[in-house]
Design a binder for this molecule. Structure first.
Ligand SMILES: [Zn+2]
Ligand SMILES: [Zn+2]
Length: 381
């Protein structure tokens, strides 16, 4: 089959690769659609550590189950599924403590580029083993994943939209619902309105937050945020006194701030945007080795800062719930997609992410099952 392979940092090629059949507890999924995420760019740039190549990229996607390995009873061929890149084991200390998003074996295998049994089903045609990107590897025509990494979604949900749920949506919604627990009337500042930032916005909107202030350096992203329900937009490239503007707009400091960029300066901005007693939630992924410094005196005002990983809840349950919300119309998914493409467009989509342009790119791997709208030039909004 064809797949997008990271050979070494900066070198992504579309290659023919070998995919072995699913073993016990695994499923084979024909990939319908996959989203290109900023974490893919981090991996491609080698920013998440050495040794994470050669790898088949892609951790956000959806498809149709084609084959199930022995012992799999929850899924059957023909089931539509969204990928979940933390297939929790339900047995390790983190899982037993109610933190399946921090499942230890899943974290270890994701880092090693392996499936749940610690091995790979992927290889180049010359036999060179390939890593599975975050236990998923869905920038490919097919993917073998742990059964817990494939969450059944309603058949009514178009798969090009279901593809978004397993990374950006669950991450953004979880930060709002599971970490900050935003309530109606709370003020929210969102720093960074890329794919995940727009999901934070959607979740804050659904929770009834007001006002919602979008902060970005890119005017087009701010426009998109305003169109999707942000009350105010602050352009950091134009506004000289960003912190003062945020404090004014939120009546002295926000009840919640979300950092969705992954840079020390934007983390500091989220910290400065909150009122005493509030907590800034860092969702953005920083490169390995990057430190962040805070004015320690401000800890005296009961301010907090905390991280969030993959929604900080039970990803499998959250994915299923978000898919149901999308079907009921309470969650609009497709609006964050700015471009549609094919497998060959992976380098182009990564380049757009590098330049900070556009929203999500969805790769349509199987047009027949993806149900994506038609496009002539790749852009849909
Ligand atoms: Zn991602
Ligand atoms: Zn576990």
């Amino acid at each position: 089959m064809r797949a997008a392979v990271l050979h070494e940092p900066g070198d992504v090629r579309i290659d023919d690769v070998r995919l072995d059949p699913p073993k016990r507890g695994e499923v084979l999924v024909r990939v319908a659609a996959a989203g290109v995420c900023h974490s893919d760019l981090h991996l491609v740039e080698g920013a998440l550590g050495d040794g994470r190549w050669p790898m088949v990229l892609g951790h956000e996607g959806a498809g149709i189950v084609e084959q199930v390995g022995s012992g799999v009873t929850r899924l059957a061929p023909g089931d539509p599924v969204a990928f979940c890149f933390v297939p929790a084991c339900r047995e390790c200390p983190a899982c037993r403590a109610g933190r399946p998003n921090l499942c230890e074996p899943a974290g270890r295998n994701a880092l090693a580029g392996a499936l749940g049994d610690g091995t790979s089903r992927l290889a180049l045609l010359d036999g060179t083993p390939l890593q599975h990107g975050l236990m998923t590897a869905c920038f490919a025509e097919r993917a073998v994943v742990d059964a817990a990494g494939a969450i059944r979604v309603p058949a009514e949900l178009p798969l090009w939209q279901a593809a978004l749920i397993g990374c950006g949506v669950v991450t953004g919604f979880g930060a709002v619902r599971n970490v900050a627990r935003v309530r109606a009337g709370d003020s929210v500042v969102i720093v960074g309105l890329g794919g995940v930032g727009l999901q934070v916005l959607a979740a804050a909107k659904l929770a009834g937050a007001t006002p919602i202030v979008a902060v970005d350096r890119d005017a087009a992203k701010l426009e998109r945020a305003l169109a999707r329900g942000a009350d105010h937009a602050v352009d950091t490239s134009a506004e000289a006194r960003v912190v003062r503007a945020l404090r004014t707009l939120t009546g002295g400091g926000a009840d919640h701030a979300f950092e969705v960029v992954g840079l020390p300066e934007t983390m500091l901005l989220a910290w400065k945007a909150i009122r005493p007693g509030a907590t800034a939630v860092v969702v953005g992924l920083a490169a390995k080795g990057v430190d962040v410094a805070l004015p320690a005196i401000e800890l005296l005002s009961d301010k907090g800062i905390r991280g969030s990983y993959y929604g900080s809840g039970d990803p499998a349950a959250d994915l299923a719930e978000l898919a149901a919300l999308a079907v009921s119309g309470d969650l609009e998914l497709g609006g964050v997609v700015s471009h549609l493409g094919g497998l060959d467009d992976v380098p182009l989509a990564l380049e757009r992410l590098r330049r900070g342009e556009g929203g999500r790119t969805i790769l349509v791997l199987d047009p027949a099952s993806a149900g994506a709208p038609a496009t002539t030039d790749g852009g849909i909004r």
